[in-house]
Design a protein around this ligand. Structure first.
Ligand code: ATP
Ligand code: MG
Length: 371
């Protein structure tokens, strides 16, 4: 059995030391101390294990990984919820998030409220791997764009700003295209003024996606081969209109089409990631375990990218990691995340014994929290 050892962490490594939840989803009140490198949260289905990971993710990114609407985070029948946590990354941070029905959520760091939540992004980094990530394989291209956007935004404020500018201008351009149709009048100069704002933001996003995906691709392949002991060939490819044409030309050549469709038909908002296994589309030809292995390798590649750019490992949140993957892949994975390239890890599982067994020979300390 792995021993619980309280370890002093190297400076700057991000770490959550304590978490308190009040009326957060199904938790009326819960307090957890994170005493070891790895904390495994166990308990039966529906007890609230994933919700705890989501609270940590929320404090990292200011967004829930599961609920797009904030009031859904408040316990049914209540009007307010709070998440408090102690973090360290060389410095100590006391974070308090408050979510109140009908109000914007608020975040306080060491007793001072952030004016804009966006200013918090990047302070506490976390990467989550959860069964719902299967949507990366089965879902729409927007799920895959979200993956790459989260990945880059966590360590590049300019990207985050460009993305927000791009989406704002795209929305304005689309509204204008509808107005042109309604009024049966087209003003080229007006449309060009939207293009002039869209193009620089789009160019930064595109260049960054190319650069980061080429790095992630290498890490992804390496991790997939490690987890699966090299039994399958996988590929990850970036697909974008901008790979074939520059953005300005693309917008210009598609003006008639955009006017007819009353929306912007080409651009970064159409980008996708193409996943293949042994030369075939993963969505159609991958088994559940293969798809899960693919997603795990993809998320670990994100983790490695962030570690290298930030020079410190993020917190890794592993939700139901062992579901759908076989014993051998699970063990390869445990051996991988037990290396010192990984920082603090939070795992959820319904079976404490299963996790204990996998971590029997791991070098890292593990602490179990039963709900
Ligand atoms: N806003 C809310 N108010 C009250 N309960 C909520 C709220 N949001 C979610 N829940 C409840 O939280 C529970 C699910 O919690 P969670 O997904 O964390 O469980 P889990 O322990 O991860 O379960 P599993 O082992 O099945 O993955 C469900 O019972 C759900 O109804
Ligand atoms: Mg769960």
């Amino acid at each position: 059995m792995a021993k619980v050892i309280i370890k002093t962490y190297p400076n700057k490594q991000v770490r959550i030391n304590h978490l308190s939840l009040y009326n957060f989803k199904n938790h009326a009140e819960i307090k957890i101390d994170f005493k070891a490198d790895i904390t495994c949260i166990t308990g039966k289905n529906g007890i609230g294990k994933t919700n705890i990971l989501d609270a940590v993710y929320l404090l990292s990114t200011c967004k829930s990984y599961y609920n797009a609407i904030d009031y859904q985070l408040i316990k049914h029948g209540e009007t307010i919820c709070a998440i408090n946590a102690d973090f360290s990354n060389g410095q100590q941070y006391d974070l308090q998030m408050q979510i109140e029905n009908g109000k914007k959520k608020k975040l306080k760091k060491n007793d001072k409220f952030y004016e804009k939540l966006i200013d918090h992004i990047g302070l506490i980094n976390a990467v989550i791997i959860t069964p719902g990530d299967i949507e990366l394989v089965l879902g729409l291209s927007e799920d895959r764009r979200r993956y790459i956007d989260i990945c880059i935004s966590q360590c590049d404020r300019v990207y985050l700003n460009c993305l927000s500018e791009y989406n704002k201008v795209l929305d304005q351009r689309n509204r204008q295209l509808k107005l042109f149709a309604q009024h049966r009048h087209f003003d080229e100069i007006l449309l060009d003024s939207f293009n002039a704002k869209l193009i620089p933001a789009g160019k930064y996003i595109f260049d960054k996606r190319v650069e980061v995906l080429s790095k992630i691709n290498g890490y992804f392949n390496e991790y997939y081969q490690t987890i699966t002991s090299g039994s399958e060939n996988v590929s990850l490819r970036y697909d974008s209109d901008l790979l074939h044409q520059n953005f300005e030309q693309l917008l210009r050549e598609n003006t008639d089409k955009d006017l007819a469709l009353e929306r912007t038909s080409k651009g970064l908002h159409k980008d996708d990631l193409v996943f293949e296994i042994n030369g075939y589309p993963l969505k159609k030809f991958g088994s559940e375990g293969q798809s899960k292995s693919f997603i795990i390798a993809l998320k670990l590649a994100q983790y490695r990218y962030l570690t290298e750019v930030l020079n410190t490992p993020p917190i890794l949140l592993l939700d139901d990691l062992f579901e759908k993957i076989d014993e051998q892949r699970a063990q390869q994975l445990i051996d991988l995340i037990s290396t010192d390239k990984f920082g603090q890890i939070l795992i959820t599982d319904t079976h404490e014994e299963r996790v204990r067994k996998h971590f029997e020979n791991a070098l890292k300390s593990i602490n179990f929290v039963g709900l």
